[in-house]
Design a protein around this ligand. Structure first.
Ligand code: HEC
Ligand code: HEC
Length: 339
C-alpha cells in the first residue's frame, strides 16, 4: 500500500490532475480537451462488453434545477451528481451507515466508492456489483488493483482507469472498511435477462454506458449481449432502485447452463468452486444475477492476462478453451439466476 511520505509533490499533483480530468470526462463535466485525447478502443475487445465513450461526446449541460426521485427527500443538481467525492445517497434508509471512504472517498485520488458502485452496492454494467461479495475477496481485489495485477484490457474505458487510480491510492484500512461495508449488504435481483433476436440500436454515452438511440429502431442482436438501463433518466440520476435489462441471444441461457453445470467438455464446472447455486463459496465470489457484461469482461480479461492475480490461477484452466460464444452463453445463464 502507498507510503504517503514517499510520494513527491509532483506525482501527487499529477495524480490530482489526472483524477480530476478523468472524473470530468466520465461524469459529464465539459472538458473537450480531455475528450480529444481519449485512447482509441482496442480492435480485439467486443465493444458491447467494453464500451468506450466516443471522443467529444457531450453530456447534457446543468440546467441548475435540483432533480428529485420518487420516495426520496434528497435533491441534486447535475453538477452535484457529477461530484466524485459524494455518494448521492437518495435513500439513506436502504442501507447501513456508510464508512467515510464509501460515502466521500479521500481527495484527491480516492473517489467515493458509492459514487460508482452505488450506496447499496448494486453497481452498474460498466463497473461491478459489490453487495454481498466476501470481504476477504474485496480486500484481495483492492490489493491486486494496487499492485497492477488487475487491469482492464480496454485502455479507453475511463471508469476502469478511475478504478485503478482508486485501487492504487486507497490504503489497506480504507479497503478493509469498504469491504466490511459492501460484504454486509445483500445483492438483490437487479438485471432482467431477455432472450431475443433483435435489440434497440444503442450508442455509448458518458460513463461507458450503452443507451438506446432515440428513434433509431432495432437491429439484429447477433453474438452480443446488450445491457442497458431499464429507465435511463433514473439511471442517469444514479437512482439506486432502478436496475438494468440485458438482451441476450435466443438459446444462450440453455447453452450456458450446460457449460456452467457440466463443463460441456470445454471447461470446469463452475459450481465446483462458486457454489451449487453460484451464490459464492467461502472467499470465492458469487456469479448469480450479476451483470453479464461485467462477467464477459472478466472472463476475457482472465484469458488475455489483464487480470492476473495469484488467486486467478484456478480460473486459468476454466477460461483457456472458451470461445466468445461460450462466454456469452455462460454470462447469459449466470445473469439469469436469482442472486
Ligand atoms: C469511478 C468509478 C469507481 C469508483 C469511484 C470505485 N470503483 Fe470499484 N470498480 C469500478 C469499475 C469500473 C470496476 C470494474 C473493473 C472491470 O471491469 O474489470 C470496479 C471494480 C471493483 C471491484 C472488483 C469487484 C469484483 O467483483 O471483482 C472492487 C472490489 C471495487 N471496485 C472496489 C471499490 C472500492 C472499495 C472503491 C472505493 C474505495 C471503489 N471500488 C471505487 C469503478 C469504480
Ligand atoms: C477451481 C475453482 C474455480 C472454478 C472451477 C471456477 N472458478 Fe471462477 N473463480 C475462482 C476464483 C478463486 C475466483 C476469484 C479470482 C480472484 O480472486 O481474482 C474466481 C472468479 C471468477 C469470476 C470473477 C468474479 C468477479 O467478481 O470479478 C468470474 C466471472 C468467474 N470466476 C466465472 C467462472 C465461471 C463462469 C466458471 C465456470 C465456467 C468458473 N468461474 C469456474 C475459482 C473457480
Amino acid at each position: 500500500m502507498r507510503v504517503r511520505g514517499r510520494r513527491t509533490s509532483w506525482s501527487k499533483q499529477a495524480a490530482q490532475i489526472a483524477a480530476v480530468l478523468l472524473a470530468g470526462e466520465i461524469f459529464g463535466l465539459r472538458m473537450p480537451a480531455q475528450n480529444s485525447t481519449a485512447p482509441a478502443p482496442s480492435p480485439v475487445n467486443p465493444p458491447w462488453a467494453y464500451p468506450v465513450t466516443p471522443a467529444g461526446f457531450q453530456p447534457p449541460p446543468d440546467d441548475g434545477i435540483p432533480k428529485r426521485l420518487t420516495g426520496s427527500n434528497a435533491a441534486f443538481t447535475l453538477t452535484q451528481l457529477r461530484d466524485v467525492y459524494t455518494a448521492h445517497d437518495w435513500y439513506p434508509g436502504d442501507h447501513p451507515l456508510m464508512p467515510d471512504v464509501v460515502a466521500r472517498g479521500r481527495k484527491p485520488d480516492v473517489l467515493a466508492c458509492a459514487m460508482c458502485h452505488l450506496p447499496n452496492g448494486q453497481g452498474r454494467p460498466e463497473n461491478a456489483s459489490l453487495a454481498g461479495l466476501p470481504a476477504a475477496y474485496i480486500v484481495q481485489q483492492m490489493a491486486d488493483f494496487q499492485a497492477g495485477r488487475r487491469k482492464c484490457s480496454e485502455p479507453g474505458m475511463l471508469p476502469q482507469n478511475l478504478m485503478m487510480t482508486v485501487g492504487r491510492n486507497a490504503t489497506v484500512n480504507e479497503a478493509k472498511a469498504a469491504a466490511v461495508y459492501f460484504a454486509r449488504l445483500k445483492y438483490k435481483p437487479w438485471i432482467r435477462v431477455v432472450e431475443t433476436d433483435s435489440v434497440p440500436k444503442t450508442e455509448v454515452i458518458t460513463g461507458s454506458m450503452l443507451a438506446p438511440v432515440a428513434g433509431a429502431g432495432t437491429e439484429p442482436i447477433g453474438q452480443r449481449i446488450i445491457e442497458t438501463a431499464e429507465d435511463l433518466p433514473r439511471t442517469e440520476l444514479r437512482d439506486p432502485r432502478s436496475g438494468f435489462v440485458a438482451y441476450v441471444p435466443a438459446g444462450s441461457i440453455k447453452k450456458g447452463g450446460v457449460l456452467v453445470n457440466t463443463g460441456g467438455g470445454r471447461t470446469v464446472q463452475c459450481t465446483n468452486c462458486h457454489g451449487d447455486d453460484l451464490k459464492g463459496l467461502m472467499d470465492i465470489p458469487g456469479l448469480a444475477g450479476r451483470s453479464p457484461s461485467y462477467v464477459v469482461r472478466q472472463l476475457l480479461d482472465m484469458q488475455n492476462g489483464a487480470r492476473a492475480g495469484a488467486e486467478v490461477l484456478p480460473m486459468k484452466e476454466v477460461v483457456a478453451r472458451l470461445t466468445l460464444d461460450d462466454i456469452i452463453a455462460i454470462a447469459a445463464y449466470t445473469a439469469s439466476l436469482t442472486p
